[in-house]
Structure formats: C-alpha cells, structure tokens
Design a protein around this ligand. Structure first.
Ligand SMILES: Cc1cc2nc3c(=O)[nH]c(=O)nc-3n(C[C@H](O)[C@H](O)[C@H](O)COP(=O)(O)OP(=O)(O)OC[C@H]3O[C@@H](n4cnc5c(N)ncnc54)[C@H](O)[C@@H]3O)c2cc1C
Length: 439
C-alpha cells in the first residue's frame, strides 16, 4: 500500500460525492464504491413518494457526475466488508481493494427500535427505491378505492410514525394529495393521515414558534395528530398504539429514527451513539491511521455539540476529509472540521414551510422559509447537478402549484428540466413493490 494508491470512498451520497469531487479536482486518484449506480438526493424523497417528482429526477448516475473526472473511478457493487485496520474493502463477489486512505461515507438506515412488525410491514423512506415502492403502493390503493373496492374501510388511511422533518413533510404532502384526490372525484373519501410521535410535539429540534406553526398547518391540512403516544406494534392491517388505540391501515410510513449503515459496525472502531462512528475533530477515526468517517455514518462534533444528520453536514464533512487527506499526502498536519451552519428547515405542505437560519437561528415561515429551503437544497444539489436553475424553477412552480395539478401529477409527474441525456438515466431497482401489509 503506497501513497499513490487511490483513496477508497465507500458510499456515493452527499458525503462521498463531496469527498471524491474535491480529491478529483485536486488531482488525486479515487475509487468511489456504491451499491447503486446513482447518487440519491434524500431531501426530495417525499416528493417522489407522493408522485410530485419522478424517481429519476433525484437519482443522478455517478458516471454522469464524474464524467469530467478521469481520476475518479466509480464502482457499482455492494460492499460486504470494510477493514479500516488495513484500509481494505471487500466486495460481495470477493474482490478486495486497498487504498492509501479509506473514507467511510455509507450513510444511515432506518431504525425500527425493535417495534414488532415494523420492519416487515412499514414503509421506510430512506432511499429512492423506498420512495418509489411507497408511491406504487399508494397508487394501487387509490386505484382500488376509485374502483369502489373497500370504500367503507381504511383502504386509503395512512399512519406516519415519527414527527421529525421526514414525518411532518410526508404527512403534509399526503394529506394534501388525499384531499385533492377526493375534491377532484378520484376517490369517494380522502384517506385519513395520522401522525404518531411519543413526544407531545412535532419537529422537536426546532424552536417553539416553528413547532406551533407546523402543528397549525398540519391540523389545517386535516392531519390526525397522535402525540405523546408510541407505536407498540405494526400489523398488516393496523397499527397498535401504546395507549391501546388501534388505527386500521394498510400503509404505515416509518420516519421513526435511523442508525448508521450496518457495515459501519464491523469496520473496526467500536460504534458510538446511533451505531455511528465517533470521529476526531479532523474527521479521522482514532486508532485507524488513514481512515475517515463522514456524513450520516459519523458522530461529528464541532465545538461541543454533536452535529445533526443533515445534507449540509454530509457534504461539508466529505469535502473536509478530502482536504485533510490531501494535507496528509503532502506531509502537512490535518485541520479540524468547521461546519458552516445552513440552518434547519422543513416543508409542511404546499405553500407552508418553516426554517431557522443564521447564527441566532432566526425563525421564518411561509414563502421566506421556502426560499431558504430552495436555496440550501439547490446548493446541496449543485455537487451532482450543474443545472440548479432547473431545480429553482421547478421549486417555485411546486410551491405555487394548485391542487388540480397535484392530482394530475399523481398519475404522471413531470420532470425537472435538467436537459440530461436519455442514456444517463439511472438504473433504479425497486425490488418487491409490496410489503407484508399487502400480503
Ligand atoms: C427522507 C429524508 C429527508 C431528508 N431531508 C433533508 C433535508 O431536507 N435537508 C437536509 O439537509 N437533510 C435532509 N436529510 C438528511 C440528508 O439527506 C442526509 O444527512 C445525507 O443525505 C447524508 O449523506 P451521506 O452521504 O452521509 O449518506 P447517504 O446519502 O445515505 O449515502 C450513503 C451511500 O452509501 C451507499 N451504501 C451504504 N451501504 C453500502 C454498502 N454496503 N455497499 C455499497 N454502498 C453502500 C448507499 O447506497 C448510499 O448511496 C433527509 C434524509 C431523509 C432520509
């Protein structure tokens, strides 16, 4: 193993891509490994799940991102094992690669916290395939309801578990979609969207004013809020809550928490909080020379507070790891990661968003919050897409669009005008399109 060996970047999400772009830009060879041939943009997953964007719009092929980067080789393969002690990566077919450095950027996975039936029957929302599976499932149920099947039961009712940004965003979007489907005569009655969280509020990481705004907008959209209660079991046709309530449903969406991707647990370091790997201020893994962890798989602290699992943390930490690797290769000391806080934000529905920005976490809502959301997401997308203006123009249209367009879009959502090549479409393998709840 020598310094001329490539840097192995495991995971091609925001963190891995950010890292590989920086290394490639500075003339360092990289092998970027991912099980998918595309980079997925998680903040827009709920738009795919609610048929407001086609899946291919948020899945950008790695080969396209690195087309002009001859030093970045992309490998599409599931990684079976990472050994940080000898900086090697083993693919599922047995191939072993070694590098001068390894950057672990494998992200997170849903954590079902051992709730019986959740893994089998709930829909997680962590990948493009998850979002597409959920969209197809809801479309099937809408078709059934439209055909008069099960109009009296809870066919269209949805239970969302978790009142964080994911749960709030998908609840708001689904409630609007259900209402629009009903208003335009597609279904005899709108499905009820219930949002369950153990806390007595939603968006717990936000300030009280933002939470109040979110609760008001969700209530106005007709979301049935079940706060201060947990989920005790998920079954094919219902959810049981800890207070004894039973909610009949065939669609449970899991936004109830996440932990580090499985592979981190066997890479060498003892996993910390959330199964994530505790990194030093410069993002290196203590005791494993040449090994870094970035993005959602890492517990990163800037100053005293642990940083949240956010796109901007992932992207910036990936770039910082690359810079430190370049310093190491040049025999220079590494530098600590300095996070440039872009704020926290969530969409609560069409025309409704909340954001906390700036050093003092200034709270804004409505169109101003949406503008902040759009700006931050355009910046996150810019690593993978050069045409952020196409995204901005889609964004404002999305914010203003009326419900009739939502219904239309629910059958055939129009694409963002990226102007990309037909040959550049990602290969999205959705896998089985039903969960146990359809069995
Ligand atoms: C529904 C949802 C909405 C979100 N909304 C926002 C938002 O609005 N704003 C925001 O800032 N953040 C948001 N986030 C968080 C943000 O998306 C993440 O913090 C960020 O994507 C993490 O980037 P990452 O590169 O660390 O991980 P990921 O993007 O998850 O990338 C990890 C990559 O590793 C690959 N991988 C994992 N294991 C293996 C393996 N064994 N073999 C091969 N490849 C593997 C995966 O395929 C994946 O491509 C959201 C997250 C979710 C789930």
């Amino acid at each position: 193993m020598s310094d001329d060996d490539p840097v192995l970047v495991v995971g091609g999400g925001l963190a891995g891509v950010g890292c590989a772009l920086k290394l490639g830009d500075e003339g360092h060879p990289v092998v970027l490994l991912d099980r998918n041939d595309y980079h997925q943009f998680q903040p827009l997953l709920y738009q795919v799940a609610t048929a407001q964007l086609p899946a291919e719009d948020i899945a950008r092929p790695h080969r396209g991102i690195f087309r002009d980067y001859p030093l970045v080789q992309t490998v599409t393969a599931p990684v079976a094992k990472v050994s940080l002690s000898d900086r090697s990566v083993q693919l599922e077919d047995g191939t072993v690669l070694t590098g001068s450095h390894v950057v672990l950027a494998v992200g997170a996975q849903p954590n079902f916290f051992g709730v019986p039936g959740a893994q089998e029957h709930a829909f997680p929302l962590y990948s493009v395939a998850d979002a597409e599976r959920l969209r197809l499932h809801v479309r099937d149920l809408v078709d059934k309801a439209a055909a008069g099947e099960g109009t009296a039961d809870a066919t269209l009712d949805v239970v969302v578990v978790g009142g964080g940004p994911t749960g709030v965003e998908i609840s708001g979007a689904l409630a609007e979609l259900m209402e629009a489907l009903h208003k335009h005569g597609r279904v005899p009655r709108p499905g009820r969207v219930s949002l369950v969280d153990r806390a007595d509020t939603v968006l717990a990481a936000f300030a009280p004013k933002s939470r109040k705004y979110a609760l008001k907008r969700l209530t106005r959209a007709g979301v049935d809020l079940r706060l201060g209660v947990g989920v005790s079991a998920v079954l094919p046709d219902r959810v049981e809550l800890t207070d004894g309530t039973v909610l009949p449903t065939r669609t449970v969406i899991w936004g109830g928490g996440e932990s580090a991707a499985e592979i981190a647990g066997t890479a060498g370091p003892t996993p910390g909080r959330g199964g994530r790997l505790d990194v030093q201020p410069d993002l290196r893994l203590p005791g494993f020379p040449g090994a870094y962890a970035v993005g959602d798989v890492a517990n990163i602290t800037a100053g005293s507070d642990p940083l949240p699992q956010l796109g901007s943390v992932a992207q910036q930490s990936g770039t910082c790891a690359a810079e430190n690797i370049i310093r190491e290769k040049a025999g220079q000391p590494t530098e600590p990661f300095r996070y440039k806080d872009k704020g926290i934000m969530a969409m609560i529905g069409r025309n409704a968003a909340v954001a906390e920005v700036g050093k003092r976490r200034h709270q804004v809502d409505g169109p101003v919050a949406f503008a902040a959301w759009l700006g931050v997401h355009a910046m996150l997308l810019s690593g993978a897409h050069s045409k952020t203006d196409a995204f901005l123009s889609w964004g404002w249209d999305y914010f203003d669009r009326d419900h009739a367009a939502t219904v239309e879009a629910s059958t055939d959502p129009s694409r963002i005008a990226w102007g990309d090549d037909q040959a550049d479409r990602p290969h999205i393998d959705v896998g089985p399109t039903t969960t146990g709840s359809d069995a």
